[in-house]
Ligand binder design. Structure first.
Ligand SMILES: Cc1ncc(COP(=O)(O)O)c(C=O)c1O
Length: 486
């Protein structure tokens, strides 16, 4: 066969088959983005966004379906069902169709964005919305993971691949990702890093690499609570994963929303077109390297350190999230924006931040509370009243749903849009106080705080918002269910 030409009856299936393709590219991160470059640390990324289905989960999807087909499990199947709001189910739908399975249904969290839902529909996925968090507990009977298993067992012609328990998920990476990286680095790799979602990637790849050399260090990256990054879990949510992934992870690193999205932008602008969870894995690797007192134990015979992180997918499905989490300041201004129809103008005005009115989470904390965080935490946990300084009001401008998941004790919730459109309604409640305004990421709070100041109310926006507040583990009131939403 000519290189990269796929023809005949199985042309597309061959095109999707890693065994019939060139290796997935491994590209070194240039010096501008590698602070360890001069110390001979060579950082490479494995670009799963360059796979035909543009994402890392297409490997497990291919392996799970092809293995089931070989065993005859798909003989009578006309419908696949899986709990996934993204890459896995999108890949299953395409590969399923090629194997003659007409329908793929996705049980999807009601917290998913419209953009994500529509992306699934573009690929022909039939969407069923379920009331559940984005990262559900596989054992929870109301979760889509559980429901898809039950639904599949009730219909003879339905099949649930079950990425959280199916060994062919990690095995895909043991078969392809691990051996390719070993070969591409000529066995010189000493550090491997990947984000943790189902944990299939880290398990399979690490298992293979460690079978080749027990001196390879593996780093798993989880996300900080209340810091969304698509596809990956917090430490707490990882406890619910049935796989024995811990065996394959030497170090666990926690990373937040902002640095993930920001590093992904930096990579995209260099020509590596990768999404937020790629920036997340990269940030995890950099954070690990920074924490090492001495890097020498990782050096090969040439004195170099070869480190590899996984880039999972592309930025395209997450366009709106980049603006929501990073704010307009990371992006070029649109000239003549006033000519656009109102509905496509940016919701949040981009104005230069007045640092005088922006406070760090620590400063905000000290303005709000009389006692230190450990005391306030214990008051919250024992249901006692938490005292806040008299002249302060905390105004949380997030959506009602976000507010009801968790918030700073004593805060008042008025959504950003309300402040912008109907501020006069709220003047009486807010005046005569210093207002601390908080939102998710410290972006709409800047705009809300400016609206208040324009009405002569002294107000300060909390830099980094509730995501930064959570990262510092400052006290927040959470209903019991909230654990699941972290
Ligand atoms: C974008 C993205 N990044 C990372 C991951 C995590 O990979 P794994 O499930 O193999 O741990 C996923 C998994 O769904 C994902 O979709």
């Amino acid at each position: 066969m000519k290189k990269s030409v796929f023809s005949g009856e199985n042309s597309v299936l061959d095109y999707l088959n890693p065994d019939k393709n060139e290796y997935i590219p491994l590209v070194e991160i240039p010096k501008v983005l590698n602070p360890f470059y001069d110390d001979k640390v060579r950082i490479y990324t494995k670009l799963m966004n360059t796979l035909p289905l543009t994402n890392v989960k297409s490997l497990p999807a291919f392996n799970m379906l092809l293995s089931s087909k070989e065993k005859g499990e798909l003989d009578k199947v006309n419908t696949l069902i899986e709990n996934s709001s993204g890459n896995t189910v999108l890949s299953l739908a395409v590969i399923g169709k090629l194997l003659g399975i007409d329908h793929t249904k996705a049980i999807v969290s009601n917290e998913v964005s419209r953009g994500k839902l529509n992306l699934l529909r573009i690929f022909g996925v039939e969407v069923i919305v379920n009331k559940e968090p984005i990262c559900p507990d596989p054992k929870d009977k109301t979760s889509g993971i559980y429901k898809s298993k039950i639904l599949a067992s009730k219909h003879e012609d339905w099949f649930n691949p079950g990425q959280y328990t199916n060994e062919n998920n990690p095995k895909a990476h043991e078969k392809w990702t691990g051996p390719q990286i070993w070969d591409q680095t000529e066995g010189e790799i000493s550090i491997f890093c990947a984000g943790l979602g189902t944990t299939g990637t880290i398990q399979g790849t690490s298992k293979f690499l460690k079978s080749k050399s027990n001196s390879i260090t593996t780093i798993g990256v989880s996300r900080i609570p209340n810091n969304p990054v698509p596809g990956v879990r917090t430490k707490n949510l990882l406890k619910e994963i049935p796989f024995v992934w811990k065996k394959y992870v030497d170090h666990l690193v926690e990373i937040g929303t902002k640095e993930s999205f920001k590093l992904s932008l930096d990579l995209c602008r260099l020509g590596l077109v990768v999404g937020p969870s790629s920036g997340f894995a990269f940030a995890g690797l950099l954070s690990f390297l920074k924490k090492q007192k001495n890097l020498d134990k990782f050096r090969n015979k040439n004195g170099e350190i070869i480190a590899v992180f996984i880039s999972c997918d592309s930025p395209m499905p997450y366009v709106d999230e980049y603006f929501e989490y990073l704010g307009e300041s990371e992006f070029s201004k649109i000239e003549n924006e006033h000519l656009l129809p109102k509905n496509i103008k940016s919701e949040i005005p981009a104005f230069s931040t007045n640092s005088k009115y922006e406070v760090s989470v620590k400063k905000a904390y000290n303005m709000i509370f009389k006692s230190k965080p450990s005391i306030v935490w214990s008051q919250i946990l024992s249901d006692k009243l938490v005292e806040i300084n008299k002249d302060i009001k905390i105004l949380d401008v997030r959506k009602k749903d976000d507010f009801s998941h968790y918030h700073i004790p004593g805060s008042l919730n008025i959504e950003y849009k309300e402040i912008e459109d109907n501020i006069l309604k709220y003047i009486d409640i807010l005046k005569n106080n210093k207002i601390i305004v908080v939102c998710n990421y410290g972006i709409s709070s800047q705009s809300a705080s400016k609206v208040l100041r324009d009405h002569n109310i002294e107000s300060y926006s909390v830099s980094g918002g509730m995501s930064e507040w959570s990262r510092k583990n400052l006290p927040r009131w959470k209903p019991n269910v909230c654990k699941l939403y972290q």
